[in-house]
Design a binder for this molecule. Sequence first.
Ligand SMILES: *Cc1c(COP(=O)(O)O)cnc(C)c1O
Length: 384
Amino acid sequence: MSRRDPATILAAACTDGDPAYAGVAPPLWTSDSYAWPDADAKPAYDYARTVNPNRDMLVALLAELEGAAGGAVTASGQAAALLALLLVPGEARVVAPHDCYGGTYRLLCGLQEQGRLRADFVDMTDLTAVEAALAEPTALVWIETPSNPLLRVTDIAAVARLARAAGALSIADNTLPTPLRQRPLEHGCDLVMHSTTKAINGHGDCFGGALLATDTALVERIQWWANAAGLNAAPWSAWQTLKGARTMALRVDRQEASARVIAAWLAGQANVSAVHYPGLAEHPDHALAAHQQDGPGFMISFEIAGGETTTAGFLERLKLITLASSLGGISSLICQPATMTHRGMPPEAQAAAGLGPNLLRISVGLEAAGDLIADLEQGFNSPP
Ligand SMILES: *Cc1c(COP(=O)(O)O)cnc(C)c1O
């Protein structure tokens, strides 16, 4: 069957999900265990850590969006990252972006300190550096594009090809673009992960993650480890996330449309020394983003001209946009990555990744773009 439009996949998800009463919204199955017809006949659903209908529904939805065969939905995005790392042998080497999500950096370094793996961080936008890093035996190559917070774009197909040639698996953290704007498996990645806490749930009220693959043997290993390590999502989280996801196409379209307007406006401000948004023609990876993504997305980062007190004053004056660290939700949030999302990164690593104290990141929500710009404008205008 030809690929269905993502808006249709989302809106039509699980309208036939109630086998008992044919309700058009899926029920929530909270039971921890299920009755066996007899002791030799293991039912399809037996114990909820292992298998649960609400998780299955969410996995099926995300797998269709990503073009995956299946996978697992987990307690958080970080649980999905850990699950991916359980797929590689002990003491294996992982090559990751030097500007990856702060939590990923913390997890890789923590496991490295325990001697469980070796992590090497490279600039993934530099294919020569990636190739050089892969000269040593590597088990997994971690891709995160657009990167968080600088929105640098990695060539997924090129890095996945280099990884495969080196005998390594490749994974893409697809949280920022969402499957609506980027499908890494189609570009040759073996694995794709999400923090569903962000745009997929979209309402800022539920934690979750997902790890998906195209290869069925890999899907089986994901499910084996998710069960063995107890990383699967709670039924309620899967149910709530599916409910949030059903409006994602509408939300992401609106958030992205506003982000385009806001990024262009920021680029014209005297108080802004740099704007990082792949939708701007000046962005160094604009052409690659246009080729690889179906849109530039709803995340913008920018740098305030002046010192740290100017940035602190700007943040204090904002009224509509909330200072908070999440992203992808209905309400616009702003954060200072150096002190918030990326505080797990030591100052040297922050400097290497280009995360200065005047760098701010906005997750554009569903408010009217004009109201968001008015808020930013009054943030720049210090009172007389
Ligand atoms: C939030 C986030 C994560 C971690 O997800 P949690 O749900 O907070 O555990 C991983 N990667 C990216 C890009 C994120 O934004």
